[in-house]
Design a protein around this ligand. Structure first.
Ligand code: MG
Length: 303
């Protein structure tokens, strides 16, 4: 199944997205179709575990013939799947071979490959949804870059998991754009600041459940800026696979339902281009992971 979060007045509602049918507002339809209340947000649904998913399936089945309940995506404001994260988005840096090489080349240093995943994070204030603007303050950065990444959404508490059982703790997958201010990233000697400016973490357009997405390896991921292809790779090229990332990250750290992990970006970022084609005001950046969807955001410069 695919889940979205939609703006409904001042509230955020959980929606079920079905290709060819549109979006079903769970809160608005569950009382009428199932005569009971279902979780109102994606976070509540994830926390409800297997029962939550089962209820969502029943609601979707009950709504199949009720065309009035489905709205076209064109008339809906999509938000990030979890608009206000409870904690930072976890991220893996330098996790595709060609991206490591392009980054080293751009900085004039020899390429070195990590022995263990390199983690950093982005605070909840970075998170925006599909269609929201990436706000660019040119006083803070002149090197605005994009990074398409497969995002993992945690389904249940995970600590010290093994590579073999890691994926049992995954609710689903989403697309994350790890927007980066390159000179800020470099000048502060640590990535957190340059990765954490407001609006620098578009997430969406939906979360696909783990059973529907299947093996997280083998999915194409791309970035287009104003329609022009910039990144084009496959999650099978990850240095550390999703189970390995979860094994390392959960070593001594409890991952909780709704936590998200951006798994790293492939080559083709503006940093690695010659000349470096940083994002500019008005640019439309579309990142996509096969099997999930397109996450599109425009750059808006503020003074
Ligand atoms: Mg990244």
């Amino acid at each position: 199944m695919k889940f979205v979060t939609i703006q409904s007045g001042a509230e955020h509602h959980l929606g079920i997205l079905q290709d060819g049918k549109g979006v079903l507002d769970v809160a608005a339809s569950s009382k009428a179709l199932l005569n009971r209340e279902l979780p109102r947000t994606l976070l509540e649904l994830i926390e409800a575990g297997a029962k939550g998913l089962d209820d969502a399936r029943k609601l979707s089945e009950a709504a199949q013939m009720k065309t009035d309940y489905w709205k076209t995506t064109a008339g809906i404001k999509l938000c990030a799947p979890i608009p206000r994260m409870r904690k930072n988005v976890f991220c893996v840096g330098r996790n595709y071979k060609l991206h490591i090489e392009e980054g080293a080349r751009a900085r004039g240093v020899p390429a070195s490959f990590p022995k263990v995943p390199e983690f950093f994070s982005k605070p909840p204030t970075t998170v925006i949804g599909s269609g929201d603007d990436i706000v660019w303050d040119a006083r803070v950065t002149k090197q605005l870059d994009y990074e398409v990444e497969l995002g993992i959404v945690i389904g249940k508490n995970a600590k010290n998991v093994t590579e073999a059982n890691a994926l049992d703790h995954v609710f689903g997958y989403t697309v994350i754009n790890d927007v980066s201010a390159r000179e800020v990233q470099r000048d502060h000697g640590q990535w957190f600041k340059g990765k954490s400016l407001d609006t620098f973490c578009p997430i969406g357009p939906c979360v696909v459940t783990a059973d529907e997405f299947g093996d997280p390896s083998g999915h194409r991921l791309t970035t287009k800026v104003n329609g022009g292809m910039r990144q084009d790779s496959n999650t099978s090229d990850l240095l550390f696979t999703c189970p390995q990332i979860l094994m390392w990250l959960s070593l001594g750290i409890t991952l909780e339902p709704g936590d998200m992990i951006a798994t790293g970006t492939p080559s083709g970022v503006a940093l690695g281009m010659n000349p470096q084609a940083w994002m500019q005001h008005g640019d439309l950046c579309e990142v996509e992971v096969e099997g999930i969807g397109v996450l599109g955001n425009k750059v808006r410069r503020v003074e």
